[in-house]
Design a protein around this ligand. Sequence first.
Ligand SMILES: N[C@@H](CCC(=O)N[C@@H](CS)C(=O)NCC(=O)O)C(=O)O
Length: 202
Amino acid sequence: MKLYHSANSPYVRKVMILLLEAGRAGEVTLLPAVGTPVDPGSMPLAQNPLGKVPSLERDDGPALYDSRVICRYLDDRFGSGLYPAAPRLWDTLVLEATGDGILDAALLMVYESCVRPEELHHSPWVEAQWGKVARALDALEERWLSHLAGPLCMGQIAVACALGYIDLRHDARGWREGRAGLSAFAARMAARESLKATVPPG
Ligand SMILES: N[C@@H](CCC(=O)N[C@@H](CS)C(=O)NCC(=O)O)C(=O)O
């Protein structure tokens, strides 16, 4: 298999962590891809019309995207058990959607400052994106700590990638303040070999 890859992409990091946790990273060749929404650069447009990473070329069918689909596919292929059986599955999927939703908002904030021209920056829009992140972090702190303390699942990995990305790009927002449970979860996850091996270089 071939994975279109960027070391700073938190969505790619989800896939890499799954591969490492499953002990199957050697089965995937990494193909570096670089681009933004306004300049697809070397993004895998033929494999993914949305021009995004991660995208996965596989031997048993057409290319797969996005990270949720790729992770589901690899988990099924390897039997890695990161998506538990229902009913716990529903919590895992909502948790993964929450992690990915945090990432979507956090990435839009980065694109606003790095990709859009300065004269077009709109700070109420940026703050509204941070509002989504902050509400999701509060929900995780208030309602999800028990699931986060359970057996490793793809929801936990997605949230850990989201927190790692906030550390990388929005550290000044001080997300740990008032969120001791989530901070402890981030520290526990950061100690895993799979997370240590995939820290974004920045
Ligand atoms: N929902 C997608 C999001 C992927 C995504 O936005 N990746 C970013 C890199 S972190 C990207 O490829 N951006 C290029 C673009 O939006 O054109 C997923 O889960 O895979």
